[in-house]
Design a binder for this molecule. Sequence first.
Ligand SMILES: [Zn+2]
Length: 606
Amino acid sequence: MKKRFFSLLVLLSILSACALPSATPTQNPLPPTPNFPPVQSTSATTVSGPADTIFLHGAILTMQEGNPTAQAIAVRGGAILAVGNDSEISALQDSRTQVIDLNGLTLMPGFVDAHSHTLNQRLLDDQDPLPDQQMTIQFGITTEAEFFVDESILNKLKALAEAGELRMRVNVYLLYTNNCGDLMGDWWKAYQPNQQIAPNLFLRGLKIFSDGGSCKAPAMSVEYPGGGKGDLFFSQDQMNQIVAEAQAAGFQVAIHALGDRAVEEAQNAIAFALNGQPNTYRHRIEHNATIRPDLLPRYGEIGIVPIIFGTYSTCIRATGEGKKFKYILGEEYGAWDWPWRALADANPGLPIAWQSDYPIFPTNNPLYHLWGMVTRKEINADGSICNPPDWVKAGALRVEEVLPMMTRNSAYALFFDKEVGTLEAGKFADLVILSDNPLQVESDSIKDMSVLMTMIGGKVEYCATGFESLCPSASPSDVGAGSPVATASASLSDSPASNAIDGNIETIWNSGAGPEQWIQIDLGKPATIRAIRLHVSQYPEGETTHQLWVGADANNLTLIHKFSGFTRDFDILGFTPSTPLTNIRYIRIVTTKSSSWVAWREIEIK
Ligand SMILES: [Zn+2]
């Protein structure tokens, strides 16, 4: 890992040592297509009823176009119920709603990392990836993508997902080539694009390396000082056929291109495959580290989604470290180097998306990346700050431009924009609370900000020490975003089965009869279950026996636990499996022994 990180940095740095541009850009093979599909913002699900949690008095950055800020937000059952002002959201409160006072703090969608190696690098090194997942969640990333996934890594990720260990939404891109450009065969054809393959694990597109970087050198149109123009792995014809083949199978392509010659080839190949049609496949180019000026407008013309680095490697270019490698920096070349300002200006409205590329780059902290993109400063290994020369500073973006790249646009690049990336009713409740408002603090202070709470699917996955008052405790309906329905063997007319899942222990389900009786909950869709808690309603107290049955099919349930013992009213019977139960849609509790009519105050499923 260390070695890869080093070599990519060195190679990126070599780029800056290139002689002044001398090559003549080649002509585009196809006329440009002046459109690309707009970023979608439709609701994934309809949610109604009182809120589990409401956050009031906040600075809410929704990331919605045209509706950027709000005061308050309501969450129910893993999804966003509504976004609005304090009085609108307060109206969604009932007795069981947890109310969080943001007291002016900033709340925004969880960050979406469009390209990383957060889990795959650890798995490649046969190490435990879960500490990295924990750190990533603490940084406020709620959805990410894994970009070096062969069949073995895919199986390892699947095993983690099936064990309920994936807490972020993880998207995988399957390797069509490795990083040296070697073909990986047809293995990807066994899968469908945009397929959920396990809890929190989604298969998206194909990763294709078009030039060097971590293996060999990026392909430039100008000579390196030592000679050569780097390594392009395929001819234009070959790349055209690769993209056309992937597209014919319905796959999005994500083409690694560092040098400008590789960027041009990737653009041409995507234009060839699309043949004038809008880029509904959302074909992407990764890194785009060197963009020759004539290539800038082609992203928008063809509709290509560019995926760009956050922090700029200022230190290696602007300090003694750079001199050590005897790199000569020049303004002429600088205009080609990570030219995000020029890229955004040349392509108004294009969904440019952010990547951390962690751990190839040393951190995936989105706030550090945001700071890097708006200041183009970097923290050196010794802790000192490297200030950018003017030609580097010229590539800086504004905070209000970068935040959508790190949320809405990354979600678009991952085909996740209907579910995450903005705060709007029906989307997953993936959100973070920040220590400060990035739109208001001095840009230099952005790197010192931190995440105080990370919520994924309505569940708090990280709560900073000392900020517990910002973190709602788990709510009864946070299993998935389905709408649970309860049915029972019998019910008194004023104590229906639905009372057992209404979040209120005062209202009970009462069968009105002694054992044997059952109540069953249909979660509406398969979910991962970490714990079940039963709130007892019983009179008189005494010995009881309850069986717990679960499964994906109501007609084929498995007995997983038996509660036997002395119980009384308001007791709580808890069951936590040693590993979370996956693919569970139905939970049935059968009471076989009781001195009371069979009844429950509440059944909590987490
Ligand atoms: Zn990468």
